[in-house]
Design a protein around this ligand. Structure first.
Ligand code: GLN
Length: 541
């Protein structure tokens, strides 16, 4: 087994034909399988866009922003990396064109290039390679899986492809492997599988000097031997390196098991000449079994603004599924567009739910619909879970309706509110830059031992990840406490309210942080576990 970072093996994962083929899940699944064989893995994502990070992008553009413990705002694929493996990601695991250029330009301004002309090759590519090695040195992984965002053929991806081509040459082909994920579409009335797009995509890769070792072919049904042979011949790979990447309908967690059946991990290890010790996938298989065989159902309404986009609340949906695994129930997620609840009487459609979750969000649109849903859950004693903006709105709802503070709101949503129950901290007021200026990353939180959350975590102090600007306004603590709100989690100095719950309610918990970012299928987050438990009890009533 390799002893130091210089011996790390590199698997480079590229994508062809079109986007959304599941490159992130494929990389994470390979990580899961290699880990099950006893290898230490690290996963890294390169995003060719020019933004420094996705923090400034709209959720409609980019989906969820995944926050790391050290406060980086990253691509949601990093969520798959953490959920599918035991690795913990940091800012080193996420690199964008913006970051690479930013570093190179700063170095140039300091005179770091000693009078040279600064160019894409070698300076940008050197910076990309430096970041690959930096992660290997930090993680001490046996195998580092590097996913290149975008599709081969995109102009902006070229420097990354050039960098990994150089890298493979430098470390030697024995330590570098190229995996290309591609699409084999079904075409025409005869429903034939077509290999031509894959041939073209591989040609495009070979034009820049990368010859893939393994092709993962997204297919609706297993390819025939003739078809694999044909792809192998045209794409210059060995026939056994043309791997079926079958469409999976049941659950994304089945994908590592599918790749295992197709022999992907064995293939990768044999190409590296590494031993393939026995796999231990028992805990993973158990998760998939529970998800695919649970017969009891609970219905959870997620009331959000970004519902229309599949990936905006990715980690939250996954957290709910993990909560279902912990309770051996199937969670039916009912996506509710918050603006639809803003008309009078529309909350009635919440009546058949067993629990309501109000997730994170930015801006005013749809917030009154969320408040209506929160009010409904509070009054009807329906299990409720609020996350970030979901907590802030729970505070506003309680202030308005239980404490009679008319017009109470967050100053983000109503700058002239007479009762600014959520407001900006002094430190935030002076900040003008948008990127990376929120309260980001892991912060400690102290719990009241006999509270719902104290019991859920079974711990006195916890650490959770944040991404927000606004905070609870302590001027309202006493009046809200007197009306039945409990501040069951605060920063260690007691200054920042991190969790609220209601005394007179079976399960009403809302937190300022993002618990969904630390939930794992094999280790469901305690708050999701307990929320689903309460919802299951409600369903059984
Ligand atoms: N918009 C709110 C804030 O900035 C909440 C952010 C969030 O839900 N992540 O504080």
């Amino acid at each position: 087994m390799p002893e130091d970072a210089r011996e790390t093996r590199y698997v480079f994962v590229t994508g062809g034909v079109c986007s959304s083929l599941g490159k992130g899940v494929a990389a994470a699944s390979l990580g899961c399988l290699l880990e099950s064989r006893g290898y230490k893995v690290a996963l890294q994502k390169f995003d060719p866009y020019i933004n420094v990070d996705p923090g400034t992008m709209s959720p409609y553009q980019h989906g969820e922003v995944y926050v790391t413990d050290d406060g980086a705002e990253t691509d949601l694929d990093l969520g798959y990396y953490e959920r599918f493996t035991n690795s913990v990601v940091t800012r080193l695991n996420s690199v964008s064109t913006g970051q690479v250029y930013d570093a190179v330009i700063k170095r140039e301004r300091r005179g770091g290039y000693l009078g040279k002309t600064v160019q894409v090759i070698p300076h940008i590519t050197d910076e990309i390679k430096r970041r690959i090695v930096e992660l290997s040195e930090y993680s001490k992984a046996d195998i580092q899986i590097i996913e290149i965002g975008g599709t081969v053929g995109d102009i902006e991806g070229v420097p990354f492809l050039e960098a990994i081509r150089q890298m493979a040459l430098e470390v030697g082909r024995a330590r570098a492997l190229f995996i290309h994920l591609t699409l084999i579409p079904l075409v025409g009335g005869a429903n034939e599988l077509k290999t031509k797009p894959t041939q073209h995509s591989v040609m495009k890769l070979r034009e820049i000097g990368i010859s893939p070792d393994i092709l993962l072919c997204r297919v609706p049904r297993r390819m025939s031997k003739e078809m694999r042979d044909k792809i192998a011949l045209f794409c210059n790979v060995q026939p056994d390196s043309v791997v079926n990447a079958l469409d999976i309908k049941s659950t994304v967690y089945e994908i590592p098991l599918m790749y295992q059946k197709e022999g992907l991990d064995e293939l990768v290890l044999s190409k590296f000449g590494l031993p393939a010790a026995d796999r231990d996938l028992a805990s993973w298989r158990k998760v998939v079994d529970i998800i695919t065989t649970s017969t009891r159902h609970v219905r959870i309404g997620v009331v959000g603004k970004y519902i229309k986009l599949q990936d905006s609340y990715r980690s939250i949906y996954d957290g709910l599924i993990h909560g279902g695994v912990a309770n051996r129930v199937h969670v039916d997620i009912v996506k509710i567009f918050s603006e639809d609840l803003e008309e009078k009487g529309k909350v009635r459609r919440l009546a058949n739910l067993d629990g309501i979750l109000v997730p994170w969000g930015f801006g005013k649109r749809g917030t009154e619909g969320k408040i209506a849903a929160i009010s409904y859950a509070r009054k009807n004693k329906l299990p409720f879970f609020g996350i970030c903006l979901g907590m802030q709105l729970s505070v506003a709802e309680f202030a308005r309706n239980a404490c009679k503070l008319k017009g109470a709101n967050s100053t983000e949503l109503d700058p002239n509110t007479p009762h600014p129950v959520i407001c900006l901290m002094e430190e935030q007021k002076a900040i003008v830059d948008k990127g990376g200026t929120m309260r980001l990353g892991a912060y400690p939180c102290v719990l009241e031992p006999d509270s719902l959350v104290g019991l859920a975590y079974g711990a006195r102090e916890i650490s959770e990840r944040h991404r927000h600007r606004y905070e609870f306004n302590n001027a309202y603590r006493d009046v809200m406490e007197a009306a039945g709100m409990r501040f069951s989690g605060t920063s260690p100095n007691g200054e920042l309210v991190e969790i609220i719950e209601l005394v007179d309610h079976p399960w009403f918990v809302a937190c300022q942080f993002h618990p969904e970012l630390k939930s794992r299928p094999r280790n469901p987050h305690p708050l999701f576990r307990e929320f689903i438990r309460a919802a299951t009890e409600h369903a059984g009533d």
